[in-house]
Each structure stands twice: as structure tokens, then as C-alpha cells.
Design a protein around this ligand. Structure first.
Ligand code: NDP
Length: 483
């Protein structure tokens, strides 16, 4: 069985912390053994990163960009191999990982590679004297990943961090350790100097080493709201910068004049892609009362056609949930939905997939709820469970859509341009889509409001979160004795 080591100072290093097995969620088979990082290993990673920072931050931004660009090309060339690995690690359909996971990571590296040479400070004329600002890196940044989009998350954190001249120590989720390690190998092959991108493996304990360490300048985490709060609290001791990409319970509002097919496709994309394991999913689908029947009918017809199966099969559209614990959580919400009075219109059952008997597959599930306070309407399920609610008035649906501590995303379907923009202006969400859903190209900032997060990934916005300004005042005339 292959062992997955840590990657420190451009070298594979067997971790001396906890060792753990890595499973294929579709089959339950152990595929790799992973060596976790001990405190001592982590210290080595920090020392390597410190040395790496001296080299990397002194390179010209164009040189840094060139290496990131090279890495982007290598990722594209290895798309098939890495997508297969991602599918094996996450349980998501290969159709998705080939089209999205690795390629979106490569896009991100390419985007920040291009941006790196153009990052600059400002100049201020002060009546003879002048001042300028320098945009400086923060130092060693820690990246902590969730298990649903492992390589994409690693790239979304590494690319802007490295473009700004920082170095990174990245910890993938314990459940999905494979592709972050591969990314480190790709960086090395692309010519990245030693110590610039390091990977430590392990669970929350290793995450805590990152938030506690005084030499880590910043932590960027993708995870649950509760984890984000712990990370922020722990980071406060040494006043680290934080970026928090957390969970959600996002609304999709479908007005009566919307293109019905498009709205159905958007709701499906925003609930069933990656078996529903997506943070920005629009799991509260508010449909105007007057189109409810047609919407549900069309939705069920299309959902029935989805193929649940072996994630490695190129025809599969719904893969396996990440593990048994998560499966039980999703099923318990389905049970709760039924108990609390929501109407189950489709799905709700476990599916047995031939050849994947050890995996946990759940039918795409559609509830209609009449009570906003039901837990399936309030809480993040992170599985293929959509809840439809109906509304009559624009103002009413906006109020209900905003009645949540989350604020990650929102969607609006209407052909009335003014209503679309008016609605979006009133929605409390960091990422809004009009007449589409869950499309996240690297050029645009992504992140949550309220308890869904702090900071933004992607776009120019991420640069602000991975750099700091130094202001330099230059006197052109003597000050003289001020006293
Ligand atoms: P978790 O919050 O359980 O874990 C996220 C990461 O944090 C893991 O690497 C985990 O380690 C680590 N971790 C856990 N506790 C601590 C701690 N105290 N200190 C430091 N690190 C810690 O999230 P999941 O992996 O279960 O991912 C699902 C969640 O992520 C959902 O809520 C989803 O909405 C959210 N998410 C948000 C996205 C966004 O961009 N806003 C995108 C994708 C997902 P380990 O798991 O190894 O124990």
C-alpha cells in the first residue's frame, strides 16, 4: 500500500505523528496510509518555510509568476491523473473532477501568475515631500482545507499567497490528503524553491499547531462555521490575519416570470452537484406560489434522470458521500424533515450501487416545506437535499431569505432586470447570481458575509488578504528643531 508522506522543504518526509488510513468513499477500501505531522515535524515545516520566504520574497514578481504559470501548465497536463485521484479521494463523479477540480485550480494559478508582476504600491505627493506605499507579503501563511474540493481549495489559497511573495504550509482535510501532496510535487517540478509550499497531513490537532504557532502570519481556512470560530479565536492569541470560507444555507429565489427550465437547472446544479457537498449550495429554493406545481413537476422529471453510480464511471452524475458519519448525518436530516412535517416529493433513500457496496450513496432528495423554522430549512446538511418553499411577495421573500445567520450565497431567477438587481441589492450574501447558480470563475471575488466568513478568495480581492501595506514618508526638506 502506498504511503502518503508530508512534503517539507521540497522533499517527501514521513511524518512522526498519528498515522491514518485513507479510504475511497465509493468502495470503503483503504487506498493509502498517511503519515501525520507531529509538533516536531510541524516545526521543521516552519523552519523550511522561513528559509523559503527569504528566497521567494526576494525573487522578482515576474520570476514568481513564471513558476506559478509553469505549475498551472503541469496541472493541466496531469488533469486526467489528478482528477482520477480526486474522485478516488472524495467520491465525486469523474465527469466533475475532470471538468472542474484540477482545471479550476490551474486557472487560479494562471490568473495569479499573470497578476504577480503588476502588483504595486501607491505614490502620494505631499507638497515637496512625498510618500509611497509598498505592498509586502505577510510571511508564512497557513492553509487549511475542507474535504469537498481538495485541490481547488489548495490552489485557491496557494496561488494568491505565493503571487504576493508569501510562503505556505498547507493542511488538507484528514479525509482527503492526496491531491495537496500532488500539488506540492507539481510546484517542485515547476521550479519552486525549497520551503515555499509545504504540506502537513493530519487532523484538527495539526490545524491547531498552525493557529497556535507565533511564526505563522496568517491562516486561511475552508470549513464549517464552528471550526472557523475556533480558528479565529486561536489565531487571536498571536493576532494572525484570517480568511474564513465557511458554510451556508443559501436561498435561490425563483420569480413567476423566470425561465422555468433554467431555474430548474440552476436549482439542480445548486443542490445535487458533488452530491450536494458544496458550501454555496442554494438549499432553500423559494418558488413563487403561482409556478410551484410546474416547477416541481419539471424538477422531478429532470432529477429522476440523474445517474447515481460508481464515481469512476464517466456516466455517473451523483457519486458517494464522503463517509459513513456524513451519510448518517444527511440521512438523519432526511428523517427529521419527514418528522417535522416537510413533504418528501422525491428521493430520500440510500442507494446500493453494484460494485460499490462499501460506499454511501443517497438519492437526490426534494422536500417541500411550509415552515421556515424546520431544521432542514435552517441548518446546513451538506448533502443532496433540496427544500422548496413558496412565497407571494418580493419583499416577503427577501426578508425570509435573509432570516439566517449564514450569508454565503444567493440566487435570483427573473426576467425583470430591475427586480433582479433590486432583490440582489437587498440580499445579505457575499456571492449572488442572477439567472444562474454556483458559477465561480477565478476572476471574481468569492466569500461569505455574516457567519459564512471573513475575507474573500479569488479575484483582485484576495491580494488584499495576502499582503500588507508599508507606508514610507520621504522628507525632501529639513524638519528643523520642532521644539
Ligand atoms: P471542518 O470545519 O470539519 O474542517 C475543515 C478543516 O479544518 C479540516 O482540515 C479540519 O481538519 C480542520 N480543523 C478542524 N478543527 C480545527 C481546529 N480547531 N483548528 C484548526 N483546524 C481545524 O469542515 P469539513 O472539512 O467538514 O468541510 C465541510 C464544511 O466546509 C461545510 O460547512 C462547508 O460549507 C464548508 N465549506 C466552505 C466553503 C467556502 O468556500 N465557504 C467551501 C467548501 C466547504 P480535519 O478534517 O482533518 O479534522
Amino acid at each position: 500500500m502506498q504511503t502518503i508522506p508530508l512534503f517539507i522543504d521540497n522533499q517527501p518526509v514521513n511524518g512522526s505523528g498519528k498515522q491514518f488510513d485513507n479510504y475511497n468513499p465509493a468502495t470503503g477500501e483503504i487506498t493509502h496510509v498517511v503519515t501525520g505531522a507531529s509538533q516536531e515535524d510541524f516545526e521543521k515545516a516552519v523552519q523550511a518555510a522561513k528559509k523559503g520566504f527569504q528566497v521567494w520574497s526576494a525573487m522578482s514578481p515576474t520570476e514568481r509568476g513564471r513558476i506559478l504559470h509553469q505549475a498551472s501548465g503541469l496541472l493541466r497536463a496531469k488533469n486526467e491523473e489528478l482528477a482520477l485521484l480526486e474522485t478516488q479521494d472524495v467520491g465525486k463523479p469523474i465527469k466533475e473532477s475532470i471538468a472542474v477540480d484540477v482545471i479550476s485550480g490551474a486557472d487560479c494559478l494562471e490568473y495569479y501568475a499573470g497578476l504577480a508582476p503588476s502588483l504595486h504600491g501607491e505614490h502620494y505627493e505631499l507638497g515637496g515631500d512625498f510618500a509611497y506605499t509598498k505592498r509586502e507579503p505577510l510571511g508564512i501563511c497557513a492553509g487549511i482545507g475542507a474535504w469537498n474540493y481538495p485541490i481547488q481549495i489548495a490552489c485557491w489559497k496557494a496561488a494568491p499567497a505565493l503571487a504576493c511573495g508569501n510562503v505556505m504550509i498547507f493542511k488538507p482535510a484528514e479525509l482527503t490528503p492526496l491531491t495537496a501532496y500532488k500539488l506540492a510535487e507539481v510546484f517542485k517540478e515547476a521550479g519552486m524553491p525549497d520551503g515555499v509550499f509545504n504540506v502537513v497531513q493530519g487532523d484538527a490537532e495539526v490545524g491547531q499547531m498552525m493557529t497556535a504557532h507565533p511564526d505563522i502570519a496568517k491562516v486561511s481556512i475552508t470549513g464549517e462555521v464552528g471550526t472557523g470560530k475556533k480558528v479565529m479565536a486561536a489565531s487571536a492569541n498571536t493576532l494572525k490575519h484570517v480568511t474564513l470560507e465557511l458554510g451556508g444555507k443559501s436561498p435561490i429565489i425563483i420569480f413567476e416570470d423566470a425561465d422555468l427550465d433554467e431555474a430548474v437547472y440552476g436549482a439542480m446544479l445548486g443542490n445535487f452537484y458533488t452530491q450536494g457537498e458544496i458550501c454555496s449550495n442554494g438549499t432553500r429554493v423559494y418558488v413563487h406560489e403561482s409556478i410551484k406545481e410546474q416547477f416541481i413537476e419539471r424538477l422531478i422529471e429532470k432529477t429522476k434522470a440523474l445517474k447515481i453510480g460508481d464515481p469512476a464511471d464517466s456516466e455517473t452524475q451523483i457519486g458517494a458521500l464522503i463517509n459513513q458519519t456524513h451519510f448518517e448525518k444527511v440521512m438523519s436530516y432526511i428523517k427529521l424533515g419527514k418528522e417535522q412535517g416537510a413533504e418528501l416529493h422525491y428521493g430520500g433513500n440510500q442507494v446500493k450501487v453494484p460494485g460499490c457496496e462499501g460506499g454511501y450513496f443517497v438519492e437526490p432528495t426534494i422536500f417541500v416545506s411550509h415552515k421556515e423554522e424546520e431544521r432542514i430549512v435552517k441548518e446546513e446538511i451538506f448533502g443532496p437535499v433540496m427544500t422548496i418553499l413558496t412565497f407571494q411577495e418580493e419583499e416577503e421573500v427577501i426578508r425570509r431569505a435573509n432570516d439566517t445567520p449564514f450569508g454565503l450565497a444567493a440566487g435570483v431567477y427573473t426576467n425583470d432586470m430591475r427586480r433582479a438587481h433590486r432583490t440582489v441589492a437587498n440580499l445579505q450574501a457575499g456571492m449572488c447570481w442572477i439567472n444562474t447558480y454556483n458559477i465561480n470563475p477565478v476572476e471574481i471575488p468569492f466569500g461569505g458575509n455574516k457567519q459564512s466568513g471573513i475575507g474573500r478568495e479569488n479575484g483582485l480581492a484576495a491580494i488584499e488578504h495576502y499582503s500588507q501595506r508599508k507606508t514610507v514618508y520621504v522628507a525632501m526638506k529639513d524638519l528643523g528643531n520642532p521644539f
